[in-house]
Design a protein around this ligand. Structure first.
Ligand SMILES: NC(=O)c1ccc[n+]([C@@H]2O[C@H](COP(=O)([O-])OP(=O)(O)OC[C@H]3O[C@@H](n4cnc5c(N)ncnc54)[C@H](OP(=O)(O)O)[C@@H]3O)[C@@H](O)[C@H]2O)c1
Length: 245
């Protein structure tokens, strides 16, 4: 049977790195559903830049993962195109740098929906078509392990994702599907496009390796987890030695 993967937020940064890693190890009949929401041009560019023989394995699906209804349509489209999913990578996440005192309930809810609630139901909806022995991988964050984040809501939702990961192990036990999460520290992606040099310098001082991680570091780890049949309920930190000194 061909391998079918789903990667949310797969047209940039870590998600794109994971898609490219999956492609590099794919067979001719494998398929990857790659989701994005806003940047059509970047999504098309991503597809165009792939080697020609790989392009046909990608199914690009635009759907805003902050919306429950859009997520349901996304799932419907996947189910219309395949009868099984082997690997599900829930990667979409967002943050805010607003101060706690400036939080609005609307903004809090939007971030909780995107980072936690919609992923919960995405996994629930896809579970019935997931293959025995498959794998679910969540994108958590080291900001959900230690309360260092400048964004309170971000840290809280990522901590919840880590707990969700462990909680879902039991739910997936009947089909021997593994559920794990990655908890990256600071990874150089377009997410950090607006960061100042002063901010980079300040953060790099706290990292034992004194640099941000590369997308490849996380994508390689993601692939390792997806293909490791015995890793289950694990939260894997990857942060270059953050706050160790
Ligand atoms: N970079 C880091 O330092 C770091 C560290 C720890 C954890 N993480 C986590 O890693 C994940 C990816 O981060 P990244 O740095 O790779 O981000 P990124 O480079 O900004 O990429 C984000 C991807 O998600 C898509 N996306 C954003 N909002 C979406 C939505 N509502 N619905 C569907 N797709 C959406 C984007 O496409 P469109 O713009 O077209 O929607 C893009 O493909 C996030 O969960 C983040 O919390 C990142």
């Amino acid at each position: 049977m061909n391998r079918v993967s789903v990667v949310t937020g797969g047209t940039s940064g870590i998600g794109q790195g994971i898609v490219e890693k999956l492609l590099a190890h794919s067979q001719a009949e494998d398929r990857i559903f790659v989701n994005y929401a806003h940047n059509e041009e970047r999504a098309q560019e991503f597809l165009k830049n792939l080697p020609k023989e790989q392009r046909g394995k990608i199914i690009l699906l635009k759907a805003d993962m902050s919306s429950y209804e859009a997520m349901l349509s996304f799932v419907r489209e996947i189910k219309a195109q395949t009868d099984h999913v082997d690997w599900l990578v829930s990667n979409v996440g967002m943050s805010t740098y607003a101060k706690y005192e400036d939080y609005t309930f609307e903004e809090w809810s939007r971030i909780v929906n995107t980072n936690l609630s919609v992923p919960v139901f995405l996994v629930k909806e896809l579970r019935p078509v997931m293959t025995e022995g498959g794998s679910v991988l969540f994108m958590g964050s080291y900001a959900g392990q230690q309360a260092y984040s400048s964004s309170l809501v971000y840290g809280v939702t990522k901590a919840a994702i880590h707990f969700l990961t462990k909680s879902l192990v039991k739910e997936f036990e009947p089909k021997s599907i593994t559920v794990n999460a990655l908890a990256p520290g600071f990874i150089q992606t377009p997410w950090h496009a607006d960061r100042s040099q002063e901010s980079y310098d300040r953060i790099n001082k706290k990292i034992a390796l004194h640099r941000f991680g590369e997308i490849k570091d996380v994508a390689d780890m993601a692939y390792s987890i997806l293909t490791n049949g015995y890793m289950n309920g694990s939260i894997v930190d990857i942060h270059g030695g953050y706050d160790y000194f």
